[in-house]
Ligand binder design. Structure first.
Ligand SMILES: [Zn+2]
Length: 389
């Protein structure tokens, strides 16, 4: 049996007046996926458990059958896993974001100007974090470069249960009003501003947040007896894939934006199936990015490209492979373009089993409205149990 999970991140939405009251799933020309819906099963699933933030970390763990309440330990340790950064038991990973603070007053009186240090380039970011590691690093504090401003700190003996405010939530606000309670972390943040004062880049401080311990996910091979690949551009998903025991191939041209190479992702999935993968989890970030930017036209374009350039070739491959297969298509969470952020509402899913097709229905569609007709599947875990049954 082959399993193909396709996730258009943040694809689900609300009815939008500019689209004549339709949702992007209803308005986009996704004729191939909608054709599969007629011969498959469509429902709703509650990927985000009550009381959990509707982040892509929680939602994608849920899709793979891991209850976020048990297994989500934070975003930073998943990013560390994606980058192959070693973490020992007991260590904590923090996001060490390179940021730009404004003003030359005392540190607490400066304001947060840019959470990405002007989308700092990888080379500059590496130079800045190397400088930090040289000045502030030690046996128990290790700083690592990541993608752009997303650097990491791995620490021993730096335990804090507090939730530190992410820098993108306090743009224009005074630093001193949002500093963490932990004096050690405050010291690192304040010292980083001294070290980076003359770094020659837009980064003039670190913001430490998003911490967590190494996640202990049982491998999918143990849970469901499947092995395979995670095809994704963003580190968060690669980290989830690694922790779940999946291969994470690098896809040239996969950028996590609207202009990602959709066909290259499909080819990567097909090549994984050809070389023995039972499962391919293919994640496309673009619909979510467009929703955050309020770019409705971009959201529709990304969904149409996912239909034609990702779904169609992989479906074509599976059909002619001669093996039975199951396809699960669902967004991880909703990102209403009007809201420009995630919500915890249930999302529609489309499940197709090549050996078990329900009676076709002309009106069945992969949409929020059709998904809502039945009782929602209560959790990602419950849906994964059905997919892998
Ligand atoms: Zn997401």
């Amino acid at each position: 049996m082959k399993y193909f999970i396709l996730v258009p991140d943040g694809g689900a939405d609300w009815q939008i007046p500019e689209l004549g009251g339709k949702t992007p799933f209803e308005a986009a020309k996704m004729e191939n996926i909608q054709m599969l819906a007629k011969i498959g099963e469509v429902g709703n699933v509650q990927t985000i458990p009550e009381g959990v933030d509707p982040g892509s970390d929680a939602a994608n763990l849920a899709i793979l059958g891991y209850d976020p309440k048990t297994y989500l330990t934070g975003r930073a340790p998943l990013e560390a896993a994606a980058m192959g950064i070693p973490m020992r038991t007991g260590e904590t990973a923090f996001r060490a974001s390179l940021v730009t603070l404004e003003g030359d007053r005392a540190y607490p009186d400066r304001t947060v100007k840019d959470h990405s240090a002007g989308d700092i380039g990888d080379e500059d970011a590496k130079a800045a974090i190397t400088l930090i590691d040289r000045e502030l690093g030690s046996e128990t504090l290790r700083f690592y470069p990541g993608v752009s401003y997303r650097c990491l700190l791995i620490a021993t003996k730096l335990d804090t249960g507090e939730k530190i405010t992410p820098p993108h939530d306090i743009l224009g606000r005074r630093v001193g009003d949002y500093l963490p309670e932990s004096p050690e972390i405050r010291r690192i943040m304040e010292r980083s501003a001294e070290v980076l004062k003359n770094s020659g880049t837009a980064a003039n401080a670190l913001w430490i947040w998003g911490q967590g311990k190494k996640p202990a996910l049982p491998k999918l091979a143990e849970r469901y007896g499947v092995t395979g690949s995670m095809v994704a551009a963003v580190n968060l998903l690669k980290g989830i894939g690694r922790c779940a025991g999946l291969d994470c191939p690098n896809v040239p041209g996969a950028t996590g934006t609207l202009h990602t190479d959709y066909r290259a992702k499909a080819e990567s999935a097909i090549s994984a199936f050809r070389t023995g993968a039972e499962l391919v989890f293919l994640h496309v970030e673009a619909p979510d990015e467009c929703s955050h930017a309020g770019d409705l036209a971009g959201k529709l374009e990304s969904l149409e490209k996912i239909d034609r350039e990702v779904f169609l070739p992989v479906y074509g491959y599976l059909k002619q492979s001669g093996e039975p297969y199951r396809i699960l298509i669902l967004p991880d969470h909703r990102t209403p373009a009007a809201l420009r952020t995630h919500t915890s509402e249930p999302v529609p899913f489309l499940l197709y089993d090549s050996e078990k097709t329900p009676a076709p229905r002309g009106d069945r569609a992969f949409t929020e409205a059709y998904g809502a007709l039945g009782e929602p599947v209560p959790s990602g875990e419950a849906l994964a149990a059905r997919l892998f049954a």
